[in-house]
Design a protein around this ligand. Structure first.
Ligand SMILES: [Zn+2]
Length: 848
């Protein structure tokens, strides 16, 4: 028998149905509650153990199946977040009703049952309460079996002030006024059988849109008053994606209604509570006429992602937190499918290559981890909400889908969901379903990607009609370890031969494999279509052949891979920086926004680590690259151009005016920004972020004041965050100090302050000052910021390439370990090590 871990609950008693009544008091930020839980006692017990944290429990009793009432006392274990209910006599096996009264606080840490505030149109502070239970914070709101495998039905009742709106997972059954208290009782229907982390209750002055039917479920978007006009876009993608998924999965939406709710204070992007999905405002509310394409795409992504979870996560749930990737990688994969189907002109899978590249960056570290790894304590799950779970997970699923074929893959998913509906599953169950429906070795292929960290570098050579492929692990810093790692690599290949273009899909299962074609090979693209989670290194002759036909032989996504893999090779030290710069010089005709994203990203990286003289040289090189591209596109949209082209124009102008330091561009951007202030509609919306970025980069105290006021009085969540985060990019020392103070003086919501701090750390002119500031306010930040934001804020340390700073950072984090993100801190430190190594390696880079 497995040893019982102290933080895991015993299984002698399991919940079947909760009747939960909660009465939040927003004026005192407290709540009281009562629950009746129908439990199954599988063998006689004297004690019942369940989870509770920061709760006071009173009046615990159990009404046995025979009507007898047994009283119990409760003992709380703060360390393991458990309550032990001790009965004076033995509780017999059977189906009984457990009753508990309890009370707690509406906390300010954006988890459990928590508080949020906002100002109404008259500037008065308003209050609301919301929940965020994933991973293990339902126990802060009511005593419960707070592990994903203890699925149960929930019937929620909320007692709230009469003028407030109450929302929970299921539809409202009835509302009754309670005249003596001035309150009302809102009774909700039973939910489906589900895990505790998906329960939700929200109370405040919410306004909802008129319901639209998505399949058989009414769908609304809810927000605090005055924001209804920002809801239309989310309603559209909400309905479209929910209907898309019911078709894809072949299963109707499992809830009885769906509310998408914007919460002013929110720790992550959104949370997939069944039927009551909560969002941070920027991820749901948007002005579809004024927002940029990327801002709209973000809303479409997040809404689709959460809707995908209604099946993947809510209907079928991982057994334990080690299987979190099953939830998150799938929701991310499905989000792309739905958005791609809804707006094909956005070419969502192409831009996903940028996210894939971000995952490959972390996964090329020694301190990476496998997608799935053993999770012992539930709080270890907190460290799994990262780019490896979401983006690497989604990438390897996409690779598998492309290898198996999209219909065969979908059939496997349908089988999996049908088989485990209302239950829990593990990774192996997914492979069972996929192998059964596709008759292909999904398990042995995927095990190398799910349980093994890192990814391969595929080297390609040719000899006549033969192509030789070899795999070895890719790593930025090579220390000779883990060399034997191998993967089952789906190779998607396209070759130009004397007889024409040939395509082949094979599975590379050895260290080395030969592919023999009929005719001599001129050129070859490995990872055709860009779906593979690996890098490619071509022999010199093959590379030259591709460079000679960048636009004719490679699709945009393949040019992205070529650029991105070469940049990674440059950072890893097996391609020289001058070779990389020579490659990007071939791009002036390039029109793909993602290709340019990788170039612009590498430019900022170089600017952060090179010294001042080198930066002058770099800026000149970059002007030669960006200026002709901007000239080609012009400063104003051309008739009939795509949204992606408009976005590209903005991105290139932003780069020309900041990292390339083009004075003419800077001047023009400032003039256009002034024009935008008086006549906003005269400027293309996709250009606005570039203008704001350049004004901040070259900003004066007057500009700062203006941006600060725009942040304070913004009319949309997008404008608010745009001007707020622009404050991190000013370079005047006194202004940097003002921004740093904003991170702790209460003016910026704790959902945003850590990311503002990260922005200042990444500003080359501010990083040292920011680091000193962060160290001296560390305890304060830990106390106020949401736990999940701390490791993300610390990503800013990758900019600390100055003398002695790396050692200082290592020393600081060894004395101040971040318990919910130890792995991420280790990764940030390794990325810093890589940057310092590159700085050293490139110290001779200056030409005149
Ligand atoms: Zn998710």
């Amino acid at each position: 028998m497995a040893e019982q871990k102290p933080y895991r609950l015993p299984t002698m008693v399991t919940p079947e149905r909760y009747e939960l009544t909660l009465a939040p008091d927003l004026s005192n930020w407290t709540f009281t509650g009562e629950e009746k839980v129908l439990v199954n006692v599988h063998e006689p017990v004297r004690e019942i153990v369940l989870n509770a944290a920061e709760l006071d429990l009173s009046a615990v009793s159990l009404r046995a199946a025979d009507g007898k009432v047994l009283l119990a006392s409760a003992r709380l274990d703060a360390e393991n977040e458990q309550a032990t209910l001790s009965f004076a006599e033995t509780v017999p096996a059977g189906r009984h009703e457990l009753q508990i009264r309890f009370s707690g606080i509406l906390n300010d840490k954006l988890h459990g049952f928590y508080r949020s505030t906002y100002k109404d149109e008259n500037g008065l502070e308003k209050r609301l309460a919301s929940t965020q239970f994933e991973s293990t914070d339902a126990r802060r709101a009511f005593p419960c079996w707070d592990e994903p495998a203890f699925k149960a039905v929930y019937q929620v009742t909320l007692i709230v002030d009469q003028e407030l709106t109450a929302i929970s997972n299921a539809r409202v059954v009835r509302e009754t006024a309670l005249p003596e208290s001035g309150k009302k009782r809102v009774v909700f229907a039973d939910t489906i059988k589900m895990s505790t982390y998906l329960v939700s209750f929200i109370v405040g002055e919410f306004e909802g849109t008129e319901p639209v039917m998505a399949g058989k479920a009414p769908l609304r978007v809810c927000a605090v008053p005055g924001k209804k006009h920002l809801s239309g876009f989310a309603v559209d993608i909400g309905k479209a994606s929910l209907e898309h998924f019911s078709r894809y999965y072949g299963i109707p939406y499992p809830g009885d209604k769906l509310d998408l709710i914007a919460i002013p204070d929110f720790a992550s992007g959104a949370m997939e509570n069944l039927g009551a999905i909560t969002f941070r405002e920027t991820a749901l509310l948007v002005d579809r006429e004024k927002a940029t394409r990327t801002e709209l795409e973000r809303v479409a992504d997040v809404v689709s992602h959460e809707n995908a979870h209604m099946w993947f996560g809510d209907l079928v749930t991982m057994k334990w937190w080690n299987g979190l990737w099953l939830n998150e990688a799938f929701a991310t994969f499905m989000e792309m499918l739905a958005v791609d189907a809804w707006k094909p002109e956005w070419r969502r899978w192409d831009s996903f290559t940028v996210s894939r590249a971000a995952a490959m960056q972390v996964d090329g570290l020694k301190s990476t981890r496998p997608i799935e790894f053993p999770v012992e304590r539930p709080e270890e799950a907190a460290g799994m909400f990262d780019v490896l779970t979401y983006e690497k997970g989604a990438s390897v699923l996409r690779m598998l889908e492309q290898y198996l074929g999209d219909e065969a893959f979908r059939d496997g998913i349908r089988l999996y969901l049908k088989r485990h509906a209302y239950g829990n599953a593990e990774t192996t169950d997914l492979w069972d379903a996929l192998e059964e429906s596709t008759k292909q070795p999904a398990r042995s292929l995927m095990d190398t990607w799910i349980f093994q960290a890192g990814y391969p570098l595929i080297s390609v050579e040719k000899n006549g009609a033969s192509i030789r492929l070899t795999q070895q692990m890719f790593r930025y810093l090579q220390d000779g370890s883990d060399r034997d790692r191998q993967w089952y690599v789906p190779i998607f290949l396209r070759a130009g031969t004397k007889a024409g273009v040939v395509e082949k899909n094979i599975l590379l299962t050895q260290r080395e494999q030969h592919i023999d074609l009929e005719d001599a090979v001129d050129w070859v693209v490995v990872n055709a279509g860009g779906h593979g989670f690996y890098r490619v290194r071509y022999s010199q002759d093959l590379l030259e052949a591709l460079k000679g036909g960048l636009q004719s032989r490679l699709a945009a996504v393949e040019r992205f891979s070529l650029l991105n893999d070469t940049w990674a090779a440059t950072q890893a030290g097996f391609t020289s920086l001058s070779d990389y710069l020579a490659l990007i010089e071939l791009l002036p005709d390039e029109n793909d926004v993602n290709v340019w994203t990788t170039v612009i990203g590498s430019s900022h990286y170089l600017q952060r680590i090179l010294d001042d003289m080198q930066c002058l040289y770099l800026a000149r090189k970059l002007r030669e690259l960006f200026a002709p591209a901007v000239a080609r596109l012009g400063w104003a949209p051309r008739k009939g151009e795509s949204e992606l082209e408009s976005q590209l124009r903005g991105d290139l102008i932003a780069a020309l005016g900041t990292v390339a330091e083009d004075k003419v561009c800077q001047q023009r951007a400032r003039e256009l920004f002034a024009q935008y202030e008086t006549a906003p509609d005269s400027i293309d919306r996709n250009l606005v972020p570039a203008l704001v970025g350049i004004v901040a980069h070259t900003g004066t105290p007057q500009d700062y004041e203006k941006f600060y006021n725009k942040f304070k009085t913004a009319k949309t969540p997008q404008d608010e965050t745009r001007y707020l985060f622009a404050l991190a990019n000013f370079r005047v020392p006194a202004l940097i100090e003002r921004t740093l103070n904003l991170t702790v003086n209460g003016e910026v919501r704790t959902q945003n302050a850590p990311y503002l701090m990260r922005g200042v750390l990444l500003n080359k002119h501010a990083s040292e000052k920011a680091w000193t500031f962060m160290k001296s306010h560390w305890e304060e930040m830990l106390r106020h910021y949401p736990d999940n934001a701390i490791p993300r804020m610390c990503e800013g340390i990758i900019g600390l390439v100055g003398r002695g700073l790396e050692a200082d950072a290592r020393e600081f984090f060894s004395r101040h370990p971040v318990k919910q993100g130890a792995k991420q801190i280790e990764q940030h430190l390794e990325r810093l090590r890589i940057a310092v190594t590159c700085k050293e390696r490139w110290r001779d880079l200056v030409e005149t």
